[in-house]
Design a protein. Structure first.
Length: 124
């Protein structure tokens, strides 16, 4: 139960941070290019790299920090951060082919899934 509260609380904060930051960036720089989404995805990648490295280096820290920050906050803030962390982890483990397949399948598969969703949505 504590796990779910940590993930849910982090998710609440991450989702609201994403919303407020995206809105602020769109108001400031316009909505013609998705600067907000790009900033959130890049900053989420930076944050997850930092947080998971610090948590791994400090074995005495509670695993609850990972649930709150990496799973909850960043999971709601962006899933791109987890995607990039996983891909880089595979690369660092010299699993280049596995990482390449993961990256390509995620990008191509994501585009295909969005296209399929749009097609189904237009028919409903």
């Amino acid at each position: 139960m504590v796990d779910m509260l940590l993930v849910g609380g982090g998710g609440f904060l991450g989702a609201n941070a994403r919303y407020l930051l995206s809105r602020w960036i769109a108001d400031r720089y316009g909505a013609e290019f998705p600067f907000g989404t790009m900033f959130i995805n890049l900053s989420g990648s930076l944050i997850i790299g930092f947080v998971l490295t610090v948590l791994a280096a400090r074995s005495g820290l509670s695993p609850n920090y990972r649930l709150l920050i990496a799973v909850g906050f960043l999971g709601a803030y962006t899933t791109f951060s987890t995607y990039t962390y996983d891909a880089l982890t595979m690369m660092r483990a010299d699993e280049w082919l596995k990482s390449l397949v993961y990256v390509a399948a995620s990008v191509v598969g994501g585009m295909a899934a969005v296209t399929a969703g749009m097609l189904v949505g237009r028919r409903v």
